[in-house]
Design a protein around this ligand. Structure first.
Ligand code: ASP
Length: 337
């Protein structure tokens, strides 16, 4: 039995260019593994270089291709778990999407690095070794997709990048990590919420859906906002909109009518919070409050970040041609605990 390691890029595959002084992709999968000679002592592994992309270059289409490739790896009986290296800027999005669409109970662990091999404090080796340990742990089965950084084990649904540079930049702001890797021992102390239940009968083995509908935009509300940006989306090829609202799920009053218009035009609209923890609710009844947004037909997305709600919309709209069914799936998923 062995662990598959898929390399997709990110700082873990970068070096600092001596001329510009800035980090850029430069290491192959084989180069990275060659820098970590003790990796083979942790578990048998096989590697594949899937891509060499910085996190911000990753698109939902690439996430979907990665999901299809991951499903193929996980289908192999001789593979006990999968590790995927990824740019940390977007690791939480890819982890969340994989969690939504992969069916396997085998551990799937995303990992990256905050410092490059050129930096004295390159965290790639320790992070990759910890990720392989978690992927080879029986107790990590059935927990869904995980992110392992700085010896902490996080669930895809809750993990957030909180710091731009610190090696401990990842956290689950409300409920804490699932566990830790303590001197090489994987200690798991809580479970994740139930895995997604949907299943498209036409999906390929190992996947819950046949396709994503990636025509989903994301807009952040700001003080003094008018309806210009959201109005520009209506009537174009946009099937969904994920809004980043304030606090409990409230927005400036001027955008409530355009949100209602977007919903009436057939767009799926979700509301998340720019706060890092907690759920959005119809708690406030003033102009622009969550209650008005709910009455306007927007879906309050619970504790999902807007980036997560956007990906969930892509899954839901890929599954259902009608927006009402897609909205119902999101409501159900956002409320589960
Ligand atoms: N800082 C990011 C990383 O750690 C850059 C990226 O996402 O490519 O990988």
């Amino acid at each position: 039995m062995s662990i598959g390691i898929l390399f997709t890029g990110g700082t873990i595959a970068m070096r600092v260019d001596p001329v510009s002084g800035a980090a850029a992709p430069s290491m192959s999968a084989a180069d990275i593994v060659a820098e970590i000679p003790t990796l083979g002592q942790v578990a048998d592994f096989e590697i594949e270089e899937f891509s060499r992309l910085p996190g911000p270059h990753v698109t939902p289409e690439q996430m979907w291709r990665l999901a299809c490739r991951a499903a193929a790896w996980l289908d192999r009986p001789d593979i006990e778990g999968l590790v995927i290296t990824h740019g940390t800027d977007t690791i939480e999005e890819t982890a969340f999407l994989l969690d939504l669409v992969l069916t396997s109970d085998k551990p799937v662990v995303l990992v990256g690095a905050m410092r490059t091999v050129s930096d004295p404090s390159w965290d790639g080796p320790a992070n990759l070794i910890a990720a392989v340990r978690v992927a080879a742990t029986e107790g990590a089965r059935g927990l869904g997709v995980l992110v392992v950084m700085d010896d902490h084990v996080f669930p895809a649904r809750e993990v957030r990048k909180l710091h731009t540079e610190s090696s401990g930049s990842f956290s689950t702001p409300e409920f804490g990590p699932l566990g830790v890797v303590d001197s090489g021992r994987v200690v798991l102390r809580r479970r994740t919420v139930a895995r997604p239940q949907w299943q498209d009968p036409g999906a390929d083995p190992g996947l819950r859906v046949q396709r994503l509908d990636t025509r989903v935009a994301l807009i952040q509300a700001y003080t003094g906002m008018d309806d210009f940006l959201i109005r520009a989306l209506i009537g174009h090829d946009t099937r969904g909109l994920a809004i980043v609202a304030f606090g409990r799920g409230n927005v400036p009053p001027a955008i409530v009518p355009v949100i209602a218009d977007a919903v009436s035009s057939g767009m799926l609209v979700t509301v998340s919070s720019r706060s890092m923890a907690g759920r959005v609710e119809a708690r406030y009844g003033y102009d622009g409050g969550g209650l008005q947004l709910k009455h306007a037909g927007a879906v309050l997305a619970g504790d999902l970040s807007a980036s997560q709600a956007r990906l969930l919309q892509m899954v839901a709209l890929g599954l259902y041609a009608d927006v009402a069914s897609a909205a119902e799936l999101i409501r159900h998923f956002a409320d589960c605990d």
